[in-house]
Design a protein around this ligand. Structure first.
Ligand SMILES: Nc1nc2c(c(=O)[nH]1)N[C@H]1C(S)=C(S)[C@@H](COP(=O)(O)O)O[C@H]1N2
Ligand SMILES: [Mo]
Length: 331
């Protein structure tokens, strides 16, 4: 997430000048920029992703059927991002910090056998095998926008069920106020675990009422298939009204706590990544604006930006969770 522009001005050209040109023009311009050494990390990573997508398309994964969701706001009418883009432009720092790294490296992740440990302030703690988690509730398809704090977004048809189904089943105690989510951190299969980019394992957290909101999804699949490793197989969280980093991948632990969990990005840069991390176009990231976003894959490299919506467009469903809170302070 710590991207910096090259400062040459090439990253922010006047969009009206280029969006009408065919894609190959964009690509030629990109190659020229790269040859001249002027392109920033973001552009180089885009090119690497693009090359990768052509040589190494992930094969068809096992089908995972989910009926249409009845949860309010759970299906957007917006066009879904191409599978190719959603599975090759990723943030999964355990496998590298470049957007194309997870698709290249995550094949080493061993997703069977898999279990999720439920612990902390809960009546029914224990190790829950993936097979049992899969069967715990009916799978649904949820078409969610995912907005990354870096300024890009995607629309992805996820398959899973509301996390609340699992929470109800394990019966949290009365003093459980937060839920902590812990990702797998295995240095043998995850080449960047042990690097100093983050404090491993990757940890995220939600307040109990946020975790219980029906939109909060425990996801096992996307595009009707099981999750590809780079998207967080075999089970991850998707919290659509928050920045993408709240949606922890490859979960191995769910812990119920009384105190607000210390989360990985908050520990890495407290002033940049708050605990709540609701998508809020009115609160700038200290190093860049959050007012607009680029939809991945839609309009080519130098796309015209979209206006970012409050709570990523899920205001009607979640705004009441934050009544009386100052969301500029609790960012
Ligand atoms: N374990 C783990 N989970 C993670 C991350 C990560 O680096 N490690 N990156 C987060 C960030 S910053 C984003 S934007 C989303 C990206 O999800 P996607 O690759 O499926 O689009 O995953 C989130 N979950
Ligand atoms: Mo992100």
């Amino acid at each position: 997430m710590l991207i910096k522009s090259s400062g040459t001005g090439f990253i922010h050209p006047v969009s009206s000048e280029i969006t009408s040109r065919p894609i190959y023009e964009d690509r030629r311009q990109l190659l020229r920029l790269m040859a001249g050494g002027a392109a920033g990390a973001a552009l180089a990573s885009w090119a690497a992703r693009d090359a990768l997508a052509q040589v190494q398309r992930p094969g068809k994964l096992a089908a995972l059927t989910g009926g249409k969701s009845g949860v309010a706001g759970a299906v957007t009418m917006e066009k879904s991002t191409d599978y190719k883009d959603a599975s090759t432009y990723n943030n999964f720092y355990e496998f590298g910090t470049d957007k194309s790294d997870p698709a290249k490296n995550a094949h080493t992740l061993k997703t069977t056998p898999w279990a999720v440990e439920i612990e902390g302030l809960v009546k029914k703690p224990g190790k829950y095998a993936l097979e049992d988690l899969l069967k715990l509730s009916a799978q649904e398809e949820r078409i969610y926008r995912l907005r990354c704090v870096e300024g890009w977004s995607m629309v992805i048809p996820w398959v899973g069920y509301s996390l609340s189904e699992l929470i109800k089943r394990v019966e949290p105690l009365g003093n459980a106020r937060y839920v902590e989510f812990v990702s797998q951190a295995d240095p043998k299969t995850m080449p960047f675990v042990g690097s100093n980019v983050l404090d491993w394992p990757y940890v995220e957290g939600l307040r109990m009422d946020e975790a219980m909101n029906p939109l909060t999804l425990l996801a096992f699949g996307m595009y009707g298939e099981v999750l590809p490793n780079q998207n967080g197989a075999p089970v991850r969280l998707v919290v659509p009204w928050k920045y993408g980093f709240k949606s922890a991948k490859s979960l191995v632990k769910i812990r119920f706590t009384e105190k607000e969990p210390a989360t990985a990005w908050n520990k890495a840069a407290r002033q940049e990544y708050g605990f709540y991390s609701n998508v809020n176009p009115n609160v700038d990231h200290p190093r860049w604006s959050q007012a607009t976003e680029r939809r991945i894959g839609e309009d080519g490299l130098f796309a015209k930006k979209r206006k970012t919506l409050m709570f990523n467009g899920y205001e009607a469903q979640v705004a009441q969770l934050y009544t009386g809170m100052d969301l500029k302070k609790n960012f």
